[in-house]
Ligand binder design. Structure first.
Ligand SMILES: Cc1ncc(C[n+]2csc(CCOP(=O)(O)OP(=O)(O)O)c2C)c(N)n1
Length: 251
């Protein structure tokens, strides 16, 4: 029997440009499925950032706005505040974008408790610009700018964004998920949907960090990249919910 995979309505027909083994495409689909499931496509505005996912505006079938590198949370804040309350605003940002050049924007948007949804793709490297070290690059990880492996004494330690933002009062929902197995992808889909629901319910700032692969710049086959993520990224970036004010409300 032939299985037919239906494209979510919240994705356009444009062919994705991502490299083999990259999970941006999977995560795009999860975001689109959440938008469809909640029936919010007509009122959703996405903010594309700078990085490999710069063309997200071609792939999501909702209103899209491009932001300068790292500035997506600031642009999302403005759009969310000026438009009627039923509009759903999300950003889609890589780790170079969010945790390096955009660190100030994300921390302050979270501290203000902006009622926006952030999808944060952590692939531990700058993908688009061909593999420089990111703030999330692991100790010992080889990149174009750390050819002998990242050293803590030279460039410090990788930043755990969920844990860092969880120290703030502002966020309503913070979760880290992964995209390397079908089971993890299903979990990631549930977290992403929840992050949109939080905004619908006006609960405040919601961020889902999705661990992702960059097999080309990691110099691995797609299969080995999935294994590397499991064995190296998850121990340093544990999966789980770091904040959920609705769970606290339920207690
Ligand atoms: C102000 C500014 N500085 C630097 C760049 C170059 N630049 C483009 S993409 C990128 C890195 C993006 O990496 P990441 O956010 O991790 O996303 P990925 O490509 O890995 O998905 C950089 C440094 C830029 N476009 N604008």
């Amino acid at each position: 029997m032939k299985t037919v995979f239906q494209k979510p309505e919240a994705m356009t027909d444009a062919q994705l440009h991502y490299c083999p083994g990259c999970t941006h495409g999977i995560i795009h689909r999860l975001v689109a499925e959440a938008i469809d499931a909640l029936g919010i496509r007509e009122q959703t505005i996405g903010i594309a950032s700078v990085g490999c996912s710069v063309f997200a505006y071609d792939y999501f079938n909702c209103d899209m706005q491009q932001a300068a590198h790292g500035r997506a949370p600031a642009v999302a804040t403005g759009i969310k505040r000026v438009l009627p309350e039923d509009r759903i605003v999300f950003t889609y940002q890589g780790d170079g974008d969010l945790a390096s050049i955009g660190m100030a924007e994300i921390v302050h948007a979270a501290a203000r408790g902006e009622n926006i949804t952030v999808i944060f793709i952590n692939n531990a490297i700058y993908g688009m610009t061909s593999g420089q070290m990111a703030p999330t690059t692991l100790i010992g990880q080889v990149t174009a700018t750390s050819p002998r492996g990242r050293s803590a004494s030279e460039t410090g330690h990788p930043i755990r964004i969920c844990e860092l933002l969880a120290t703030l009062e502002g966020p309503a929902y913070l979760a880290r998920v992964s995209s390397h197995t079908p089971r993890h992808i299903l979990q990631a889909g549930r977290a992403i949907k929840k992050a949109f629901e939080m905004q619908q319910q006006k609960k405040g700032f919601a961020l889902v960090e999705v661990l992702s692969t960059c097999s080309v710049n990691w110099g691995m086959t797609p299969v080995n990249a999935m294994k590397w993520l499991e064995e190296n990224m998850i121990p340093y970036y544990p999966l789980g919910v770091y904040k959920d004010i609705t769970a606290e409300e339920d207690e």
